[in-house]
Ligand binder design. Structure first.
Ligand SMILES: CC(C)(COP(=O)(O)OP(=O)(O)OC[C@H]1O[C@@H](n2cnc3c(N)ncnc32)[C@H](O)[C@@H]1OP(=O)(O)O)[C@@H](O)C(=O)NCCC(=O)NCCS
Length: 264
């Protein structure tokens, strides 16, 4: 039995805090809107004892009571006990993710050879085209139980909402007036420039625009005074993995992602 009271007032948000298990979850409203049913995210999970299987009951109950169609959890790669418990309650492994990081020193070894500007409404059609066709390795595209089309729409929605976002910025990268890539970035209080979403137009791939766009955006972050760049990529995206390695990014230990999908 849990020794501390459980806060499960609404099944969309909740917390379990017992001697065996700490678990907190919340709704991802943007994904609920996309899927037409609640989507939950486990925000923290830590096992401390062997009775966690019993203590996770309120979360399993919340999955049912909320009508959730999808739940996700991201763990440090070495949290195997937590991953076993997730698998016990129906979660499946989806991906391993890296969070490459680059410290921006005073020297500038990355040349800016493309133009970059803050995107406006006029740039949206070209950027939405890229966002709706460039991605294929991410969890919404790879989980065979989810519609890949919804994955495309999700990234297009993100591009649209970034235009009015209080801290995220949408950048268009172009060559001779043609948009070849876009980045959604966020400058954080600790000096990190976080790259949320990045892609080269499919028709422009394999011609050096990836390397040139990334170098241009590194130079842009340095020029704006950021001290480091951080991002998140999935391990199966070997093309971008090679690109980050080539540009001198460091790779901290990876994370693992799990999905629970309501059985049809
Ligand atoms: C990954 C991506 C950015 C590469 O862009 P690109 O324009 O095709 O890349 P470039 O031609 O400039 O090549 C740059 C580097 O990427 C790596 N790369 C590109 N294609 C590769 C391939 N088929 N296999 C292995 N590495 C590859 C290499 O390191 C290459 O440099 P090198 O050839 O000098 O070694 C592009 O494919 C893309 O936008 N993909 C979809 C969206 C995405 O994955 N975004 C990033 C994660 S959110």
């Amino acid at each position: 039995m849990p020794d501390k009271p459980l806060d499960t007032t609404t099944p969309l948000n909740g917390r379990i805090d017992t001697d065996n298990l700490e678990l907190a979850w919340a709704e991802a409203p943007w994904d609920s809107k996309l899927f037409g049913a609640p989507v939950l995210q486990i925000q923290t999970m830590a096992l401390h004892g062997s009775e966690a299987r019993t203590d996770i009951g309120p979360f399993v109950d919340a999955l049912q009571r909320s009508g959730a169609c999808l739940a996700s959890c991201r763990l440090s790669h070495d949290r195997l006990n937590e991953s076993f418990l997730l698998e016990d309650i129906g979660f499946r492994f989806i991906e391993m993710a890296y969070q490459p990081e680059l410290a921006l020193s005073a020297e500038a070894p990355h040349p800016a050879t493309l133009e970059v500007h803050a995107a406006t409404e006029a740039d949206l059609p070209a950027i939405l085209d890229i966002a709706g066709s460039a991605f294929g390795n991410e969890r919404f595209h790879m989980d065979p139980r989810l519609s890949s089309k919804l994955g495309d729409i999700r990234y297009q929605n993100w591009v649209r909402s970034s235009l009015a976002h209080p801290s995220q910025r949408l950048h268009a990268i172009s060559d001779g007036g043609r948009i070849v890539a876009f980045f959604i970035t966020e400058e954080q209080a600790d000096g990190t420039c976080y790259w949320h979403l990045t892609a080269v137009a499919p028709a422009a791939q394999g011609q050096g625009y990836g390397r040139r766009s990334w170098e241009t955006m590194i130079a842009h972050a340095r020029q704006r005074g950021s001290q480091r760049i951080q991002t998140c990529i999935v391990a199966r995206n070997h093309r971008v993995l090679n690109l980050y390695a080539r540009l001198g990014f460091h790779f901290p230990p990876p994370l693992t992602t799990f999905h629970w999908v309501r059985p049809r």
